[in-house]
Design a protein around this ligand. Structure first.
Ligand code: CA
Ligand code: CA
Ligand code: CA
Length: 429
């Protein structure tokens, strides 16, 4: 199992390393059985203390902050407790982007002509190398069918979103009951006070503002306004729900990821766009994704940036059941060198190298990663659901794979053997 870069030293300091797990994590996730009073048990103190209790539609979870002397033996003891369903490490989760892309200077003269992923003319160009005309998601033709619909709700589960960005402020899924309600009161009864623009599970506040930039970049790929300025998203009309669980340093925990997914289910989104990964296989995250799927939500995730074969070394959450795993291709139509691949476990590929989009504090920048490919696919799914709102997550996945444009260069990158094609997905041919 591979290790991922941990951005935050703060997380490192509290991380616990066991001989049984090679990946950094922060305490344990405990799922208790229904009606259990496990958290009140006195015997619990021999293991540690409980924090971050999360009641979700798929069960009650808590983070166990373990005592110093906690060993593999105590872990085995805990696992045997009749009050708990399972216990597993609370893995640290990070962004699926390529290091270095983030700090590129934001082009001042941004426009659609530079968005090769949308319309590759072979020279979008001059700022990027070796583009080949037509190697894109074929979205201009798709826009003749639909440019999206505000009824389609897409959660960007990430570092937050700059919901005040001129390109995004009209595309945010505003909670009207909270906007027009009373401060300090949960006006819509969803369990979250004043969640007007989304929620921040990293800081446990109602403000999902993005101090990092990664989530804002992803949101812009999906739905930057078609307003004659800056860049244009895959969808001209969409409702984006910012759900922040990764800190402004780009790091988070599984316990907060499952809370983020549960929140998206409660808010009734149609799609979840997930440009992050890390840790090893976990029942709690699998349960969360299953609950989303059961609610009819399409869960899209980045395949990862280790240039690795996901058929051999699984990447999570990309490799969980019911997920659409997304790899990345370049403006030359080739697999991005960083992109993970796999003809079984990576399902589709989309543009992910040198992607220009929105950035924090109203800005723009170019970034690279399967992180950037993922929102392209989330946007195409949004267009598809605008036309055919009753498709199930399984049908959406099958449609994207079967209508991808097959190319020799992408033959072994994913199950689709090609690139996502928005027009063909919508016209189902
Ligand atoms: Ca609320
Ligand atoms: Ca309120
Ligand atoms: Ca724009």
């Amino acid at each position: 199992m591979k290790l991922k870069l941990i951005v935050s030293s703060l997380v490192f300091s509290s991380a616990f390393f066991s001989t049984a797990y090679a990946t950094p994590f922060n305490g344990y996730i405990v799922k208790v059985k229904k009606g259990s009073n496990f958290f009140n048990q006195k015997s619990l103190s021999q293991f540690g203390s409980v924090s971050k209790v999360t009641n979700t539609s798929f069960g009650t979870f808590a983070r166990l902050e373990t005592n110093k002397g906690f060993t593999d033996k105590s872990f085995a003891l805990m696992a045997k407790n009749s009050e708990i369903e399972y216990i597993e490490p609370n893995y640290i989760i990070t962004l699926d982007k390529v290091a270095g892309g983030e700090e590129a200077p934001a082009p001042k003269d941004t426009n659609f002509k530079k968005q090769w992923g949308m319309k590759n003319d072979g020279k979008n160009g001059s700022i990027f190398s070796s583009g080949i005309a037509g190697e894109d998601i074929n979205v201009l033709r798709a826009w003749n069918i639909t440019k999206g619909n505000k009824a389609v709700k897409i959660a960007v589960i990430d570092t937050g979103v700059d919901y005040t960005h001129p390109e995004l402020k009209d595309q945010i899924m505003v909670n009207e009951a909270e906007l027009n309600g009373k401060p300090g009161v949960d006006d819509d009864g969803d369990g979250y006070i004043d969640d007007i623009y989304g929620y921040n599970f990293s800081a446990k506040t109602a403000d999902p503002q993005d101090g990092h930039g990664h989530g804002t970049h992803c949101a812009g790929v999906i739905g930057a306004s078609h307003n004659g300025a800056g860049v244009a998203g895959v969808m001209a009309n969409v409702s984006i729900l910012p759900i922040k669980f990764l800190s402004d340093e780009g790091s988070g925990e599984t316990i907060d990821a499952i809370a983020a997914i549960d929140y998206g289910i409660k808010r009734g989104v149609n799609v979840m766009s997930n440009s992050w990964g890390g840790g090893e296989e976990e029942q709690s995250l699998k349960d969360a994704i299953q609950a989303a799927t059961d609610a009819g939500i399409v869960f899209v995730a980045a395949a990862g940036n280790e240039s690795a074969n996901n058929d051999r070394t699984a990447s999570f959450p990309a490799n969980y059941p019911n997920v659409i795993s997304v790899g990345s291709f370049t403006s030359a139509g080739a697999k991005s060198s960083f992109s993970n691949y796999g003809v079984k476990s990576v399902h589709v590929t989309a543009p992910g190298s040198n992607i220009l989009s929105t950035y924090k504090r109203g800005g723009y920048t170019t970034m690279s990663g399967t992180s950037m490919a993922t929102p392209h696919v989330a946007g195409v799914i949004g267009l598809l659901l605008s036309q055919e709102p009753n498709l199930t997550p399984a049908q959406v996945k099958e449609r994207l794979i079967s209508t991808s444009t097959k190319t020799s260069k992408l033959q072994t990158a994913s199950l689709s053997g090609g690139r996502v094609d928005a027009f063909k997905a919508l016209s189902n041919n």
